[in-house]
Write a protein that binds this ligand. Structure first.
Ligand SMILES: C[S@@+](CC[C@H](N)C(=O)[O-])C[C@H]1O[C@@H](n2cnc3c(N)ncnc32)[C@H](O)[C@@H]1O
Length: 465
């Protein structure tokens, strides 16, 4: 991808606001676990130096800075408008341990100490090759010896089939005009879902339409849209002196969409991990990865054992495995008993005193790699019931008053219809449950207030400071 694409990238972000989002896979509480499973013990994120590259309006970095007041956070982005928004939001939310800098990564010298965590989410695939290589070089030079970089990118295996649709839409727009959505709809209507080709094109178009126009202009239809195969990413990173440790989500080290039969069929590739990964990406049509990388001289410890999980905190995943094994059942019952909390592993061990700790650790490790158990590097507890006078913290209140997505305790973004924001912005702790219910029924009569409030509480939105 030539560097000539750069002015178009700059112009897009300067003239169009990128939607505010947080990214759970970029959360250092999550990526520190991925690093540990890859053999590297990072600095504790509670007291770390954290940099986000391409931070846009700071919606990912600000909640992290707020969660860890003893950390020092820095956000970098090319786009001055976005950085101005980020600074304003930081002031409104009273977050003092974060600074934002408007610059091109290629001209940026952060000075000072190296970083324990570098985040570049939604950056790599949307910038020219020169900026991609600069990102790898930057991480190599500015990571601490035990630091990690979390870099997400779109994957050729599943993304490349989308490119002909993008090209066709551009051709149609050029000759017939029409906005993006109308052109996608036209192409959708023209395809015959009864043929394998038509069904495939339709499913791609449906996926694009579901993203909506706010995202599409930056996403499939961005000025640079450059998916890479996994091997090219890993080898280019290695050339710059970075080593791949694993996926941010350990349940995606082999794609979770890969069924048992496919796993078994790929078994003979076990001795060639890179080829096995490429084949798995191809088989499921994987479109996205979020990789954790370290310096090639990082002090990694080979010989991971399942006992490593004892250092983690764990919570129940969305799905629980079915098993007749009494130990498996006891483990998942113990996790359900503390849900939605994420508790230190020794607490789970203490809840199952009869169990063999090594066998239990192995089960937890398996559960983590299959997504049945969600690990974090630190525990997290909150009351899932709504308080008498619901109070959002200062960051969430600032988001509500600006109609930006709220961010839950798992770092997941949560957007709302405009009228709901009026109720959220009133959740400053000064109104009772009943007063808020009355406000909701006047501003958004269609809203089922009680279940909504319970839903918010269940996502930890009212966790006290
Ligand atoms: C697709 S947006 C992603 C924003 C955010 N990280 C997210 O995923 O929600 C890419 C961001 O990278 C920024 N960017 C692009 N090229 C850059 C460069 N060379 N240096 C610094 N920032 C850049 C853009 O201004 C934009 O805010």
């Amino acid at each position: 991808m030539p560097a000539a694409a750069d002015p178009v990238v700059r112009e897009l972000y300067q003239n169009h606001r990128y939607p505010a989002m947080s990214h759970p896979l970029a959360d250092p509480a999550v990526t520190a676990v991925a690093a540990r499973l890859g053999g590297l013990t990072t600095a504790p994120p509670q007291q770390a130096r954290i940099l986000e590259i391409g931070c846009a309006s700071g919606h990912n970095l600000l909640p992290l800075a707020r969660r860890w007041p003893a950390s020092r956070c820095l956000g970098l982005d090319l786009t001055e408008n976005a950085i101005a928004d980020a600074r304003q939001l930081a002031v409104a939310a009273g977050i003092g341990n974060v600074t934002f800098h408007a610059a091109d990564l290629r001209d940026f010298d952060p000075g000072g100490e190296p970083f324990d965590f570098i985040i570049a989410h939604g950056f790599f695939s949307w910038v020219p090759d020169e900026a991609k290589l600069a990102l790898f070089e930057f991480c190599r030079h500015h990571l601490a010896p035990s630091g990690i970089a979390t870099i997400s990118f779109n994957l050729a295996a599943g993304w490349v089939p989308r490119l002909p649709v993008v090209a066709m839409v551009r051709v149609l727009q050029e000759c017939a005009g029409g906005d993006l959505l109308a052109t996608l709809e036209l192409l959708r209507e023209a395809t015959d879902p009864a043929t394998p080709h038509g069904a495939n094109v339709r499913s791609i178009i449906d996926d694009m339409l579901a993203k909506g126009p706010d995202i599409l202009a930056f996403d499939d239809f961005g000025p640079v849209n450059d998916p890479w195969p996994f091997d090219r990413f890993v080898i280019t990173a290695a050339t710059a002196g970075l080593r791949w440790l694993g996926e941010s989500d350990p349940a995606e080290n082999l794609p979770s969409a890969l069924g048992d039969a496919s796993r078994a069929a790929l078994g003979p590739l076990a001795a060639s991990p890179l080829q096995a990964q490429l084949a798995a990406d191809f088989v499921v049509g994987r479109t996205f990865r979020s990789g954790v990388l370290c310096r090639d001289d990082a002090p990694t410890q080979p010989g991971l054992t399942s006992d490593t999980v004892v250092d983690f905190s764990v919570r129940q995943g969305a799905v629980t495995p079915t098993s007749a094994d009494p130990l498996v059942r006891a483990l998942y019952q113990a996790l359900a008993a503390v849900a939605p909390a994420c508790v230190p592993m020794p607490e789970i061990l203490a809840a199952l005193p009869e169990a063999n700790p090594a066998a239990l650790a192995r089960l937890v490790f398996d559960g983590i790699t299959r997504g049945f158990i969600r690990p974090r590097i630190e525990p997290l507890r909150f009351d899932p019931q709504p308080p008498a006078c619901p109070a959002l913290n200062a960051f969430l209140l600032a988001c509500a008053s600006r109609r930006l997505p709220l961010v839950d305790v798992w770092h997941q973004p949560c957007g709302f219809p405009a009228a709901h924001y009026q109720v959220l912005a009133a959740m400053d702790g000064s109104r009772t449950h009943a007063e808020l219910a009355a406000l909701a029924s006047s501003r958004c009569p269609e809203l089922a207030f009680e279940p909504w409030l319970r839903h918010l509480a269940g996502r930890g939105m009212f966790m006290p400071d």
